[in-house]
Design a protein around this ligand. Sequence first.
Ligand code: SAH
Ligand code: SF4
Ligand code: F3S
Length: 441
Amino acid sequence: MAETKKLFIKTYGCQMNVYDSERMAESLGGSGYTEVSSPEEADMILLNTCHIREKAAEKVYSELGRMKELKIANPDLKIGVAGCVAQAEGEEIMRRQPAVDLVVGPQSYHRLPDLEAKARKGIKALDTDFPEEDKFEMLKARPKVKRAPAAFLTVQEGCDKFCAFCVVPYTRGAEVSRPVDRILREAEDLVDRGVREITLLGQNVNAYHGTGEGGTWGLARLIRRLAEVDGLERIRFTTSHPNDMEDDLIAAHGDCDKLMPYLHLPVQSGSDRILKAMNRKHTAQDYLRLMERIREARPDIALSGDFIVGFPGETDQDFEDTMSLVREVGYASAYSFKYSPRPGTPAAEKGDKMVDEDVATERLYRLQGLITEQQKAFQNEMVGREVSVLFERKGREAGQMVGKSEYLHAVHVTDDVEIGEIKRVRIVESGTNSLGGVLVS
Ligand code: SAH
Ligand code: SF4
Ligand code: F3S
């Protein structure tokens, strides 16, 4: 029997990092670790990091500065860095913060138990390979313990799109799709453990092209097959690229009941000039037409997107084009960011003329104002409507239960419901970040 040691994982970045953290914790379970919720208790701290914007990456170094102090109280404490900063800056992390014992990239974390053993012996361990072997196949079987009713499942990883601003193709590597049968097995296993909703993950999840019966399957076919899994009630997927939004996937939004009416489809800008400079390979019109077709297939769908303001060369007119696109689409929610130059990406290397910082800030502020307005309007429209809610946890107030509607709104009730139940709820109020409702009897 391995001795028990305590693991604290802190996760930054996208949902794929959330999934990866879960898998890393499970695989270190085999080395005797159980997860704890505070770093002070831990024998091993793992930061699962994000490199998407400068701020995200810098956070890691300040966090490491704090964590190293814990080594004074516990000299056996090991500190590890995983994720996209580990991939991009592995050696630099080791140099800048000598308290780090272990660095592991997103494509080699199945080797974590070996790296941990090495670190325990006092040898610094760094692995940022893009190995030939299939990480998912090398990972330990997932433990058969009950878990929360909504889960992530990575089906595709990496990106071949090379948008001019983005680090993902460098930190996650080339696009890889997992085979259909492995995904099915993992989904069935999750359902056995109490899962009722699965969000399929990929950096370009709609580019999914996994090997299945009779050849290569696209995402729509995979979703339809997953919809046949008994006990799995809801399916979502994220993140998608407009150019991979194929006809059968659009159709699935209309005819596959288990596919939830929510779609996150980033566009980044409403200006064709900027889209071209970003290497997005689609126009604003292409995107608008696509959104229209998706709405024809599923009129009540909640649409979401991502935007970057202040991309090098963005003029006032380019920004106004983004504002018009947002007005035309009418989002249920959207995320917007100020451009952050990332080392190694074409947009940063070209050294194109940066937009003045104050101008970019002002644009971000205006765009976020518009998005918040739309978000609020979409949320308010829910009042008086009936939605279906998957209950995921207890709320903050006594007797309160919280779950997600099909449109991904957080909904709370004070009725008697169990975690994991899906119930019809009538919405009676719209708060700042959530909706309040009552069970429909
Ligand atoms: N694969 C996803 C995006 C992953 S990154 C997709 O293609 O949609 C999530 C979001 O971060 C992007 O959609 C983009 O809006 C933003 N982002 C990426 N790189 C950025 C950068 N250098 N500066 C600011 N925002 C960035
Ligand atoms: Fe980044 Fe573009 Fe790939 Fe999305 S599609 S991960 S934004 S390079
Ligand atoms: Fe960040 Fe890597 Fe995800 S850079 S957004 S953690 S793919």
